[in-house]
Design a protein around this ligand. Structure first.
Ligand code: ATP
Length: 146
C-alpha cells in the first residue's frame, strides 16, 4: 500500500488519442516527445503548456519500463498533471505491423526518387517519416522484450 501511494506521487496521466481511437490512457512516470522546438522531457508537476507534436517516436516510462509509440503530427497539452496528445495517427510499438511499415517506406522512397510533374513531394516525405517512425517504435519495443 505504501509503495502504491509513493508511486502515485511520481506519476501523471498520459492520454494519446486519434480521430479513430484512444491509443494510450495510462499513469506514467515520464514522457519524452518530439516537437518542432526540439525534444521535451515531461515529468509530474510540469508547468502547464501547449505544443506541437512531430511525426516521430514518443517514449514513456511506466513502472520503470520504457514504452515506444509512433506518432503522426499532432498537438499536446500538459495541465493539471495530465498530458493530452491528439495526433492524426498513433500506434503502440507492439501493435505496429512491421511488414506494412517497410512496404510504406519502400513506396515513399520510390516516389521520392521520381521527378515527374504531379509528384507530391511533401506527401511522399510525410509518408516516409511516418513509416520510419513506425519502424523505430516497433524495433524499440521488441528490443526491450528481447
Ligand atoms: P500505409 O501506406 O501503410 O497505409 P500510412 O502512413 O499512409 O501507411 P496512415 O494514413 O498514417 O497510414 O494510417 C492509417 C491507419 O493505419 C491509422 O489508423 C494508423 O494507425 C494505421 N497504420 C498505418 N500503418 C500501420 C502499421 N505499420 N502498423 C499498424 N497500424 C498502422
Amino acid at each position: 500500500m505504501a509503495h502504491e501511494e509513493a508511486a502515485r506521487h511520481k506519476t501523471f496521466g498520459l492520454e494519446i488519442i486519434t480521430p479513430e481511437r484512444i491509443v494510450v490512457e495510462e499513469d506514467v512516470e515520464g514522457v519524452v516527445l518530439s516537437s518542432p522546438e526540439g525534444f521535451y522531457g515531461i515529468l509530474r508537476n510540469h508547468a502547464p503548456f501547449i505544443g506541437g507534436l512531430n511525426i516521430g517516436v514518443l517514449k514513456y516510462r511506466q513502472e520503470g519500463k520504457l514504452h515506444w509509440v509512433a506518432t503522426d503530427n499532432g498537438v499536446f497539452e500538459m495541465s493539471g498533471n495530465k498530458l493530452r496528445i491528439m495526433a492524426d495517427a498513433a500506434e503502440r510499438g507492439e501493435d505496429i505491423n512491421v511488414l506494412r511499415a517497410k512496404e510504406a517506406c519502400e513506396r515513399a522512397k520510390h516516389r521520392l526518387g521520381q521527378r515527374h510533374e504531379g509528384m507530391n513531394h511533401l506527401r511522399a516525405e510525410l509518408a516516409l517519416k511516418r513509416s520510419l517512425a513506425r519502424l523505430k517504435a516497433a524495433v524499440g519495443e521488441r528490443k526491450r522484450d528481447a
